[in-house]
Ligand binder design. Structure first.
Ligand code: F6P
Length: 547
């Protein structure tokens, strides 16, 4: 990522524009044709940004910014395998993971594409064995359930896709059920061990580094459970009932996982960009390899759009520019992800990692401090549920937020869905609520339209939103949506001069926790040099109870 703050003339003009831009109630009521003017589509996705606090001048300045910050050259560098992750001196090759097998790779990505396709083929073999009931556990029983153990990028993507696309699962001779365990405390594992048969459960240990404390602790507990219940030594369970997915085959070998049960992702795929890799084995086993392939096709379609569409018509570029406008120029510190679809309940958490772990930085890629706000706090929930929780604050609280509201045109729930009138009605209810909230968020009291001042309810309005309209929530369109967000994050980083592919800020906490883990163990000592609060809380946690 280049850091050339001086070559950014549009910056000053944008600062001035931010001072002068009218409120949304004015923009939305005095700009005929605005809705048609401020929307762009690609594949099955429409980005409607007519409810953003922009006018033509701002949009043109933002597009100018993209040129001044060399977004076209930077996206070219990304997809052709240049070392865009400059702190770690390596490329970021998630687009190679979804490159079609029958399409010539872009120059510079040949080996990454070959590697991705090899691993996909190996993944498909494992999936076939599972789905045909040919994968037998240590006692000879066919595998019926997978416990997927991972955290962060090794959990959120597969969990999201598994939940979102359940209705699209292809019929299988031996259906595989997916279960997810991520929290370090082991509490998610407990209920599963009470419910699952240890003889027919496969454990997938998903960890790029194969060194994450959370994942390794859960893996040890899961293996201990199977081994104890079946009275079979752990090494035999590992040989028969464990798959490892990682960039570190050496560490998987150390754990005793046979190479035939290892799937690899390259070093150049970041955890939060890895849903397209064998990290999603559990998804392919549960839904079928064709569904996973459709997800990849959708993502590739968005990659092509990102690479080829003019900046002013480019969905990820526009989404990134608008996000920069809101955070840096309008000073909006939080951004809500509000999918109006219960199947996307995991999306806010997924986007939180994607956006905040990538761009939650205040130094550019050359360690120069930035003098403006960068990534907002990303949060959210299923929109219709949020309406009964936090929307009160959005409408009448003291905080300004920006938001992405997502809604589908068609209520499709699978490939062979026969939609009942009730399904249709509930979908229309969902759409109506989404639309109502978008109007209220942006227009506030002006949406209520009372001429009687005493009846004006005090809706603040002026909360800018995107409406992301999906044709339907299909595997292809989910792929497009997630790739759109990945590229949006990249565009924001390009504008801010950040490296979105490292996360140095999360590392030191892990080192400190290792020290405190030792201190909390029986006979452990309080490390020297601790501040009073940390030392005091260590004592509290070590004592048998609070009193
Ligand atoms: O702690 C942050 C992080 O490194 C994320 O970037 C990553 O997705 C997650 O931990 C899990 O890491 P791993 O896949 O190596 O277990």
């Amino acid at each position: 990522m280049s850091s050339q703050a001086q070559h950014w003339p549009a910056k000053a003009a944008l600062k001035r524009a931010a001072q002068a831009i009218p409120a949304l109630s004015t923009l939305l009521t005095n700009d005929p044709g605005r809705h048609a003017k401020y929307q762009r589509a690609s594949g099955g996705l429409l980005l409607d940004f007519s409810r953003q606090r922009i006018n033509d001048d701002v949009l043109s300045l933002l597009t100018q910014c993209a040129v001044e910050r060399c977004v076209p050259a930077q996206r070219e560098a990304l997809v052709t395998g240049a070392p865009v992750n400059c702190s770690e001196q390596r490329p970021a090759l998630h687009t190679a993971l979804r490159w079609p097998v029958d399409k010539a790779p872009l120059s510079g990505t040949e080996s990454a594409c070959r590697f991705a396709h090899q691993q996909q083929a190996r993944m498909a073999q494992l999936v076939t064995a599972l789905q045909h009931g040919e994968w037998l556990g240590a006692t000879g029983k066919p595998i019926t359930d997978i416990i997927h153990i991972g955290v962060g990028g090794s959990d959120l993507g597969p969990r999201l896709v598994s939940e979102a696309l359940q209705g699209f699962a292809t019929p299988q001779a031996n259906p595989i059920k997916a279960h997810f365990v991520s929290t370090i405390d082991g509490t998610q594992l407990g209920p599963l061990t009470a419910q699952l048969d240890p003889a027919s459960t496969l454990v997938v240990i998903a960890s790029k580094s194969f060194a994450t404390a959370d994942t390794l602790a859960n893996a040890r507990s899961a293996l201990g459970w199977i081994s104890t219940q079946l009275n079979i030594p752990e090494r035999e369970i590992i040989a028969a009932q464990v798959v490892g997915v990682s960039a570190r085959p050496d560490r998987m070998i150390e754990c005793g996982i046979p190479t035939a049960h290892q799937l690899l992702l390259g070093d150049c795929v970041g955890g939060r960009f890895s849903v397209w890799s064998p990290i999603s084995l559990v998804v392919a086993a549960q839904l079928g390899m064709p569904v996973f392939q459709r997800l990849l096709q959708g993502a590739h379609q968005m990659d092509c759009h990102f690479l080829n569409a003019p900046l002013a018509d480019n969905l990820p570029v526009l989404a990134g520019l608008l996000a920069v406008w809101n955070a840096q120029y309008l000073g909006i510190p939080t951004h809500a992800a509000l999918p109006y679809d219960g199947r996307l309940a995991c999306l806010p958490a997924y986007l939180q990692q994607l956006e905040m772990e990538s761009n939650g930085k205040t130094q550019d890629a050359h360690k120069t401090p930035l003098d403006h706000a960068t990534c907002p706090i990303v949060w959210g929930d299923v929109g219709s549920n949020g309406q009964h929780a936090f929307y009160q604050l959005l409408h009448q609280g003291s905080h300004t937020v920006s938001a992405d509201l997502m809604v589908a045109v068609a209520p499709q729930r699978g490939d062979t869905d026969s939609l009942t009138p009730q399904t249709q009605e509930q979908h229309q209810l969902t759409q109506a609520h989404c639309l109502a909230q978008a109007r209220l968020l942006t227009l506030g009291d002006a949406a209520v339209g009372s001429s009687d001042a005493s009846k004006v309810p005090g809706y603040r309005g002026n909360q800018p939103c995107n409406l992301l309209v999906l044709d339907a929530l299909t595997p292809e369109i989910l792929g497009q949506l997630l790739a759109l967000y990945e590229h949006k994050v990249f565009v924001k980083a390009a504008l801010w001069g950040l490296n979105p592919f490292d996360q140095p800020g999360v590392e030191f906490g892990k080192t400190l926790a290792t020290e405190y883990f030792q201190a909390l163990a029986p006979g452990g000592n309080t490390p020297p040099g601790l501040d009073e609060c940390t030392a005091g809380t260590l004592e509290t946690l070590r004592s048998p109870n609070l009193h």
